[in-house]
Design a protein around this ligand. Structure first.
Ligand code: SF4
Length: 264
């Protein structure tokens, strides 16, 4: 089977990292070799796979040490998931994608983990003014995209912008993930958004305290509460991502249509 290379996008604070790490854990549970690469200025994509441990980022380690070794920046977490964090830009300077290019080239040089993985998940900022959005795609490191949103206007607005970016890059979207924020009519709104884009809504993740409780303990839900409803929801999502075939380069909505949608 060829390697699955995907990116999960979405507005900051929408639950992207907790979804990415739970999906990675659930895929790991099925025996897949998974690598999670966080490209988030907060560098916490992998924290719940590593018992709450924050790992050194590739950019920081390079700044400090120059030469780096595999064990400096790749850490094996729950269910064997290999974790690496790109690290953030310098405040006020940014990096316009340089961080992730350098990080991936370095990973390829110092480790075989990237090559050996069955699934590579990029947890990338959905803020498309940051070069981090386009780079994994333009460098051929990502072949499919997933967007996480809630039914509120701002995350949908960001999601719609991401679709615009995907269209420009001619990159397919494989599905929308709804992370509940208790907006009224949320499920219908996100389903309808996905429908207009021509892709499925792959999961509806209800808002549960359990997710934050597990995060506080430095665990994914798959690890912290494996028999829970939430763990099964993440397993279901991981299964859909592994088998999803309905990719489509999305046509974004115009702003008026998007506003109408949130007034359901
Ligand atoms: S591209 Fe963006 S997210 Fe990636 S390292 Fe640079 S600033 Fe951070």
């Amino acid at each position: 089977m060829s390697q699955k290379q995907l990116a999960i996008y979405g507005k900051g604070g929408i639950g992207k990292s907790s979804t990415a790490s739970n999906v990675a854990a659930a895929m790991g549970e099925t025996g897949k070799k998974v690598m999670l690469i966080g490209c988030d200025p907060k560098s916490d994509s992998s924290i719940t796979l590593l018992n709450g441990k924050r790992i050194p980022t590739i950019m920081d380690t390079m700044r400090k040490k120059g030469e780096i070794k595999e064990e400096d920046v790749i850490f094996e977490g729950f269910m064997g998931v290999k974790c690496a964090e790109v690290g953030g830009p310098e405040p006020g300077v940014g990096c316009a994608g340089r961080g992730i290019i350098v990080a991936v080239q370095t990973l390829q040089k110092i480790s075989s983990s990237l090559k050996e993985a069955d699934v590579v998940i990029f947890d990338v900022p959905g803020d498309i003014v940051c070069g981090g959005f386009a780079v994994p795609i333009t460098k051929g490191m990502v072949r499919e995209a997933y967007i996480i949103t809630s039914g509120e206007y701002m995350p949908l607005y960001a999601a719609n912008n991401i679709c615009r970016g995907l269209k420009t890059l001619n990159t397919p979207l494989s599905g929308i993930i709804c992370n509940e924020r208790e907006a009224s009519g949320e499920k219908e709104i996100v389903e309808s958004f996905a429908g207009k884009l021509g892709v499925p809504m792959l999961a509806y993740i209800p808002r549960r305290k359990l997710v934050q409780d597990c995060e506080r303990e430095g665990r994914s839900v798959i690890e912290g509460s494996p028999g829970s409803e939430m763990a099964n929801i993440y397993r279901g999502l991981a299964g859909r991502i592994l088998t999803e075939k309905d990719k489509k380069v999305p046509d974004s909505l115009d702003d008026e249509d998007l506003r109408k949608l949130t007034r359901i």
